[in-house]
Design a protein around this ligand. Sequence first.
Ligand SMILES: [Zn+2]
Length: 470
Amino acid sequence: MSTDTLTNEAKRENAAMLAAALGIGVEAAGEALQFEVAITADPTDATATAIAADMASLLGRTIRSATLGEADEAVVLEILIGDVGAKAGRRSLRIHVGSEGAVIGGPHVLCLLVACHAAAATMQAIFQDRLPFGSSPLRVSFDQFGIEPMEFEAPVDIGHAYLAGAGAIGNGFLWAARHLDFRGTLDIADDDDVSSGNLNRQIWFTKDDIGLPKADRLAALAQGSFPRLKLIPRRLRLQDLPEKSNGPWLERLFVAVDSRRARRIIQREFPGEVFDASTTDIREVVIHHHKQPTLHACLSCIYEADQEEFTREHHIAEHLGVSAEEVRSERISDPAAKKIAARIPNLEASALVGIAYDTLFKQLCGEGTLQSLEGRRIVAPFAFVSVLAGTLLALEVLRRRGAKRGAADCNYWRVSPWHAPRGRRRVMRPRQPGCEFCDNPVKRCTLGRGWSEPPNITGVVEESLQFDFG
Ligand SMILES: [Zn+2]
């Protein structure tokens, strides 16, 4: 796949990310991404060919071209998967599969996981020491996930669940979950439309989807891959859905929204069980899970307001000519749109209403309209990072479903795309003192009773934690 499938806006998003990572200008970064790789896999090895196809999809969203098969003269790196020979004199990156029998004939979702890490390794091979992640050999070992092999084939009944966010991680989640046997109903809540700058990382979407509602397009594109999971598009943010109530209305929730603040707002709905994935630009993926009743961290504890968020909001407000309070409201209001249009040339106020501040700001950064960049968190990650987050989110469902031991002992896992996943980095994050949700006993007491007997995904072991309000 080549980046001909990408719009100029999507290419600029990639360039802005690389620019932030390398500490160079956006234009130079855009040029640095214009390289080609060829991917060659052992055709007799189904695992190798699956990884190759996934890598081509992921890298095709990031660099100029990632083609399967024969390498032409323009290729700067040949990626060799499985038992294939290198071309004499050409630089190559070799990916061994199944050296310990873990991958051979392995589930496709694990091939996708390897492809995400292999895409990161490809970038590392090209940019070497300029990327600050180190370049030791990367070994993805599946015993780190705590999932029994038979779990990959078994049906996973998620009941009636919600997915908050049909952006990069929501796309990645369904991109990975299509290799699993998910069943039930999934409402996909997102009020945003696909924009041209999304195509670098929202893996289901193509140019044909630009301007259309994300929730509708994701449900329509993915449904064919989920014969037993009904996908229902909802063109609203989760907290705006009409079925929302003060009682326990949200049994199970997958969180794939795009900001820390949005996660805290979602926590106010008091979801019964939360599967959450987030990215910290291209450095890291965070996986969080909790199920009420819990004594441990909620979304608001994990994503508490921090100095970087505060600084960034003020930075955005200053550049756009609005107040920080307006930026915190997330979406651009009618009066705010007029102020922004008055401040920044060539913007039409009517076209700005309803857009997320982060989205507009990213767009303006990519276009070089705003020169300085406060904090890298605003920059959109590469496709393989968002898809890694979505894949780990899907795997977390399997892990919880089949968990015999240990799953209840941790609620937080940080995984770097640039290093091997390590199960022992899972931790149990405690409640955060001053959490806007956990430190509100009235809210917990009023809303929480409904979750005194939380529903289970079929097959999940009970967590024996105490309910703590009152
Ligand atoms: Zn909390």
